[in-house]
Design a protein. Structure first.
Length: 113
């Protein structure tokens, strides 16, 4: 069984982003608590890479953990905020087509190259 690699300070900072994202999910959008956890997650995103480079503890696992935490943070933020913005139908259609094409191209490149 693999052990969780949270022994480096940068990974602890990245884990703050995951916890903040979880808290964001239960906050009312645009409330004080929402802004607090949003800023906490944002600053953790800024400092985790900096700390990893300065302490020379960069790792492949840490990079993947950072990317995963970024993805969760962005998805929770979008899930909570998008209902408050009104978009024209053509913008939504454009985004769906772009996401579909990006996924298709990634699949093709992965399987061909």
């Amino acid at each position: 069984m693999r052990s969780i690699k949270l022994k480096h300070p940068a990974n602890w900072i990245t884990s703050i982003r995951l916890v903040s994202s979880f808290c964001l999910f239960f906050c009312n959008p645009f409330s004080f608590s929402f802004y607090f956890f949003y800023l906490l997650a944002g600053f953790s995103d800024i400092f985790d890479g900096y700390i990893a480079r300065k302490t020379k503890t960069e790792s492949e696992w840490g990079s993947k953990f950072d990317t995963f935490s970024d993805f969760i943070f962005i998805m929770v933020t979008l899930y909570k905020c998008i209902p408050y913005f009104h978009f024209d139908k053509w913008i939504v259609l454009f985004c769906r087509i772009h996401i579909f094409n990006s996924n298709r191209e990634r699949y093709i490149l992965k399987n061909i190259w």
